[in-house]
Design a protein around this ligand. Structure first.
Ligand code: AMP
Length: 503
């Protein structure tokens, strides 16, 4: 079977003299140029001894060149393993050793450390800087685009994405060609992407959101992207007139709302704003609609499964929900203890099955068995519920579930109440060790700008709303919640900070 991922995503670039990527400074990479780079890079990987199925790890700044490494890996049948640019050398060492990387490409500024990591793992190390220069480019300089694309089966692995691993060891999710392509096909169709689209792309490309959701969709639709190294509201406001669509994490949207230039006039021509990777506050959804007239389309997915659900393109985009299961994706809600389906409307574990669901965790058969059922359902670890109209909402992660005195508390239920209170911007409810209750509910609150929160009023406000055991036994006020690069609140950091509060 010819390499279907290459043929669907990258081959169409070959005849395209029009722009595929726009840089922030007005630079342009045409389809032909990008395709040429992919094949030259693929030829380089092969010349360096990488064979189909070998692993290539890339910890490089976002650039057309680092994106082309993904295309080159697909063309050469090499498994692509992108790494967060924030990872330390010690963290990179774990991924390189765990996955048995053959070639590591990294930042020249950290060459000494990273070369050492690669040497220890018996891998080769080459560099690539933010402009695509470095020893990999030197190796590629004398290669031509004369490369025979490697045949691949739909089940062959295209990428390893390591989970962010806030608890326990990070796991390498193995994604096949079919996993990636099936999801891109559904998303292009659901979100109506065409070659006329220009996506504002300010997400990192080491994560499923920026790499697979955003880039694969644009490639498959034969559209183009404004490819930005980071999210900078100044640049977004300047370039938005040239875009038709944007994908972002919720913090992108809250930061844009902080900018008065971001208004109806600036966004009037835009076709679609999409959000995911972390919960979008219903309040942000509403404020965005009031300011711009656009309803953000929220969707839900994860490293292991690509995208699972989406709000509709036509029809109501319901704030606080992640919409409906995508075509081809089956979703069920089960009791985490028994695995049996819960009654309609009740919260429980979200399980999904479909062509998007990964092939398992690399060299972790036990972990894979715990999370991927024999019947193909993946136990996501997210607690959710489905309303009478079929909209799915996420109540929280199972690991964030609080068990206090034997009772379950879903943080989202309590956070929603606090978020509604005047003066509260957002909140995070966590469980802290407690001598009597095992865990006690605590809430960390962020006030709106310039507001001094009166916590006694907040205690009052929740008193009659929920059972006593769900009410926080401690309230903390902070300026901002800790978040990772994808905008997710790091509850583990909050739990560590306040760990000893109850003794
Ligand atoms: P990651 O594997 O880093 O993409 O993280 C996946 C997790 O992010 C999911 O399991 C959810 O907990 C969370 N997530 C992704 N999208 C959403 C969303 N729209 N709303 C709430 N949580 C989300």
């Amino acid at each position: 079977m010819p390499n279907m991922l290459y043929h669907a995503l990258f081959a169409p670039l070959a005849g395209r003299e029009t722009p595929f990527l726009y840089g922030p400074d007005g630079s342009v990479t045409t389809g032909v140029q990008f395709h040429d780079m992919i094949l030259r890079f693929a030829a380089t990987l092969a010349a360096l001894g990488l064979k189909p199925g070998d692993r290539l790890a890339v910890q490089a700044a976002k650039s057309p060149d680092s994106l082309a490494l993904y295309g080159a890996a697909v063309a050469a049948g090499v498994v692509f393993l992108p790494l967060n640019t924030a990872y330390t050398a010690a963290e990179v060492a774990y991924f390189v050793e765990d996955s048995g990387v053959r070639l590591l490409i990294g930042d020249p500024a950290r060459e000494a450390q990273l070369k050492d990591v690669a040497d220890k793992a018996g891998a080769r190390f080459l560099t690539m800087d933010a402009d695509g220069r470095g020893s990999f480019a030197d190796e590629a300089a004398n290669r031509t685009a004369d490369f025979a694309v490697v045949d691949r089966e739909p089940e062959d692995l295209a990428a390893f994405l390591y989970t962010s691993g806030t608890t326990g060891r990070s796991k390498g999710a193995m994604l096949s060609q079919r996993n990636l392509l099936s999801n891109a096909e559904v998303l292009v169709d659901q979100w109506r992407f065409t070659e006329k689209d220009v996506l504002l792309h300010a997400l990192p490309i080491f994560h499923t959101h920026g790499l697979f959701v955003a880039s694969n969709v644009i490639l498959l639709a034969r559209a183009s992207m404004i490819f930005l190294p980071t999210f900078d509201p100044e640049v977004i406001v300047r370039l938005m007139p040239r875009a038709t669509t944007m994908m972002g994490v919720p913090t992108f949207y809250t930061r844009l709302l902080d900018d008065s230039r971001f208004d109806r006039e600036l966004t009037g021509h835009m076709r679609l704003f999409i959000s995911g990777s972390a919960p979008l506050l219903a309040e942000t959804h509403v404020a965005f609609g009031a300011r711009t007239g656009h309803k953000i389309l929220e969707r839900y997915g994860m490293t292991e499964t690509n995208m699972n659900t989406s709000n509709p393109y036509d029809g109501e985009r319901r704030a606080g929900t992640v919409g409906f299961p995508l075509p081809g994706v089956e979703l069920r809600i089960t009791d985490p203890a028994t695995g049996e389906a819960v009654p309609n409307g009740e919260p429980g574990m979200i399980e999904v099955r479909g062509p998007n669901v990964f092939q398992g965790y690399w060299q972790m058969p036990e972990k894979t068995k715990e999370e991927l059922r024999d019947n193909g359902f993946f136990i996501t670890g997210d607690i959710g519920q489905v309303d009478a109209d079929g909209y799915v909402s996420i109540v929280g992660r199972q690991k964030d579930l609080i068990i206090t005195g034997g009772y379950n508390v879903y943080p989202k239920e309590i956070e929603t109440i606090f978020d509604e209170q005047p003066g509260v911007l957002e909140s995070a409810v966590i469980g802290l060790p407690h001598p009597d209750f095992g865990e006690a509910v605590a809430c960390v609150l962020v006030p709106e700008k310039g507001v001094a929160l009166d916590t006694s009023l907040l205690v009052e406000a929740i008193r009659d709303r929920v059972a006593r055991f769900k009410q926080p036994k401690a309230l903390f006020v902070v300026d901002a919640l800790p978040r990772n690069t994808m905008g997710k609140v790091q509850k583990n950091v909050l739990r560590d900070t306040y760990r000893t509060h109850f003794g």
